[in-house]
Every structure is written in C-alpha cells, then in structure tokens.
Write a protein that binds this ligand. Structure first.
Ligand SMILES: NC(=O)c1ccc[n+]([C@@H]2O[C@H](COP(=O)([O-])OP(=O)(O)OC[C@H]3O[C@@H](n4cnc5c(N)ncnc54)[C@H](O)[C@@H]3O)[C@@H](O)[C@H]2O)c1
Length: 347
C-alpha cells in the first residue's frame, strides 16, 4: 500500500489478541509510550483476575475471552496479534476479512500454503501488515546493517549471528511454538537477510537436545547451528541455544572485502574491574524484555507511523514469509541431515 493512498493521521483504536508476555509488553508500550493511540480491548482465551486487574490499571476498558469481540467491533481498526504462534495465520486472515490493520508477532505461521492465502487476503483488502522482527530496530544490529549498506566493509562475505536465550521457555509454550527454527531462529533468519542484503539459497542445519529433556520429549530441540548460503555468495552461520548461563547473548558480525563490523552484548554498564584475580565486567542484560526494550518501542512507533500514512511498513508480510521458508528448509535439513535448497521448498 502506497503512503499516498493511506488515510493520514486517522484515530487508531487497537485490539490486542493475547495477554501473555508479549501482549502485555506491547499493551504497556502502546498505552505509556505517548503514541496517540487508544487500546480499547485485550482478548485472551485464558483470563484470570490478575490479567483483568492489570488491564484495568492500564486503562484498557474491554477485557474479552473471545477474540470475535475484536473482529466484530467496527470501531477497532488495528489489531496486535500477540497470541500463541499456532493462531497467527488464522487471525491475520480474520483481520484482512474485517479490514483491520495488523501488527503480528513472529512467526506469521508455519504452513506455507495457509500463509500464502492469508497474505493474498491482506493484499486484496489493502490493510497494512507489519511483522514483529524487533531486532531490526535494535541500535546495535541496525548499526551493523547501516555499516554494511554504506559499503564501508565492502561486499559481505561472512555473516555470523549468535542468539542464545538465558533459559528455556515453559514446555507448554514450546508445544505450540512451531519448533526452534520457527520460534527462535526465525529472528536470526530475518537478521541474516537484513545483514547480508541478499536472499538465502540453501540451508544446512544441525541440532541437539542439550538443555531440557522436556523440550526433547515435546519433539523439539534446544540447541542448533545453521549455515546459510546467499545468492550473492555470502556464507552465514547462526547458533542458537535455549540456555546461556550468563544472560541473553545477542551478537552479530559481518566480515566483508574491506573489513569487519560486529557488536557485543548490551550490559547494564561498561565498568571493567581489574584485580590480581582477573578482569570482570557486567553480564549481558537478562532477556528480551531488557535487551530489546527500546527496540520494541521503536518498532511499534514505526508501525503507527506506517498506518498513519507517514511511511511505508518496514517489515512486511513478504519478509515474514521468506523467514518462514528458511525455517521450513532448516527443519527439513535437520530431519534429513543434508543441505536443503530453498528451491525445494518453494519453486
Ligand atoms: N518479538 C519477540 O521478540 C517475541 C518475544 C516473545 C514472544 N514472541 C511471540 O509472541 C507470541 C506470544 O508469545 P508469548 O511469549 O507472549 O507467549 P505466552 O504464552 O506468554 O502468551 C500467549 C497468550 O496467547 C493466548 N492465546 C492462545 N491462543 C489464543 C487464542 N486462540 N485466542 C486468544 N488468545 C490466545 C494464551 O492464552 C496466552 O495468554 C508467540 O508467537 C511468540 O513467538 C515474540
């Protein structure tokens, strides 16, 4: 949708689906972030007194157990899809059918043909869709991307991404997450495309259960390394773990023909203490709520600007779809223990 075709500075009335970790985070940012929007409704199939009283304190007037209260409400023109992953594609479709702009958390789904149909419905209805690849809005990763884009390190040759969670999520979350490649590494697949400035052509994945037997019993893995080859010849490597004893480990690096650019983790402060027993500094910030706090705010401001007609949507359904295709290829590669061409997944 071109900016010129959008209604400029319309009132934005929001319904949020999902009152879990990320739904609450976006709700608080929307309400407290001076965004000039109104959060009218939050809906979740699981509702208890804590959620009701949290919503009341935040000034969200409607708390619903049925998402149809959002789709049926003509005043709500924008929906944040923050429910479990297995619901995303269906809710994107419902938003397109009811003419509501969409912010959808990653990933947008795991079934390629269902995602295609939902994206076709989004295009047909003309609603905006932005996807929650929040790391594009992180100051460090964006600085790496800006440096690569400027040509300062020359043509990218190697992209390295480390992404390790401090602790595994609850197993109930894992069961509806789509698996580590769709749930966790999806961020890194998007980051790899963003940093390399090129599309992935093949994927080779290795994985293990090293952290949590429960995750293994649920049919998932918790440790994975994937190598990627890109159209422009760049090679990428991503490592993921569901455990890092020292906190949330989020680093990116691009090595190019003229040099290298990389980031270290954000820490609470940069003080370094040197004594006879060694040199010590702060651990990385604990998890995504701490590390990407600012990025979550920037991401939502960017989306609001887009639906107000002030800019194009910056992370599109197509970006989301491409990351899902890479996740599908990685899953197949892990299962079949061989490199998988993207052309095997989509012709
Ligand atoms: N961008 C990020 O960095 C980031 C971080 C965390 C989670 N996420 C994504 O956000 C989504 C939610 O993750 P979370 O950590 O908040 O999970 P969560 O389990 O804390 O919350 C999910 C909520 O969705 C609700 N829900 C499930 N099915 C529903 C339905 N049919 N209708 C309404 N509500 C329903 C659940 O009851 C739960 O309260 C996942 O897709 C996850 O991948 C993104």
């Amino acid at each position: 949708m071109l900016t010129g075709e959008r209604e400029m500075d319309k009132d934005i009335i929001i319904g949020i689906i999902g009152a879990g970790r990320i739904g609450k985070l976006h709700a608080e940012n929307l309400v407290k972030g001076n965004m000039g929007v109104r959060v009218k409704t939050i809906a979740d199939i699981y509702m208890d007194e804590d959620i009701r009283s949290w919503a009341k304190d935040l000034g969200i007037p409607v708390v619903a157990c049925n998402v149809e209260e959002i789709f049926d409400d003509a005043e709500i023109n924008t929906v944040f899809i923050c429910s479990s992953t297995n619901t995303h594609t269906e809710f994107i479709m419902r938003c397109a059918q009811t003419g509501k702009d969409i912010f959808c958390e990653k990933p947008i789904g795991s079934d390629l043909s269902e995602i295609s149909s939902a994206l076709a419905a989004v295009n047909k209805s003309g609603v905006n869709l932005q996807v929650g690849f929040v790391r594009r809005f992180d100051h460090n990763h964006k600085a790496v991307r800006d440096c690569v884009k400027s040509g300062r390190v020359g043509r990218p040759e190697i992209v390295k991404i480390t992404s390790r969670d401090p602790e595994p999520p609850p197993v109930d979350y894992v069961k509806v997450s789509g698996g580590i490649f769709f749930d966790m590494m999806i961020h890194d697949f998007d980051m790899a495309r963003y940093l390399a400035g090129s599309e992935v052509v093949s994927v080779f994945a290795a994985g293990s259960v090293m952290v949590s037997e429960e995750i293994g019993k649920a049919g998932d893995i918790d440790t994975a390394i994937v190598t990627l080859k890109f159209e422009n010849g760049t090679i990428g490597v991503i490592d993921n773990s569901r455990r890092a004893a020292y906190g949330y480990d989020q680093r990116t690096e691009v090595h190019g023909a003229l040099g290298c650019v990389k980031t270290e983790n954000d820490t609470a402060n940069l003080a370094m203490v040197s004594t006879a027993s060694g040199v010590a500094s702060e651990k990385p910030l604990w998890f995504f709520l701490e590390r990407y706090n600012e990025a979550f705010l920037k991401e939502v401001r960017d989306f609001i600007d887009a639906i107000q007609g002030r800019r194009e949507v910056s992370v599109t359904g197509e970006d989301a779809f491409k990351a899902v295709i890479i996740a599908e290829a990685a899953t197949k590669s892990y299962q079949e223990n061989r490199p998988v061409m993207i052309s095997e997944i989509v012709c």
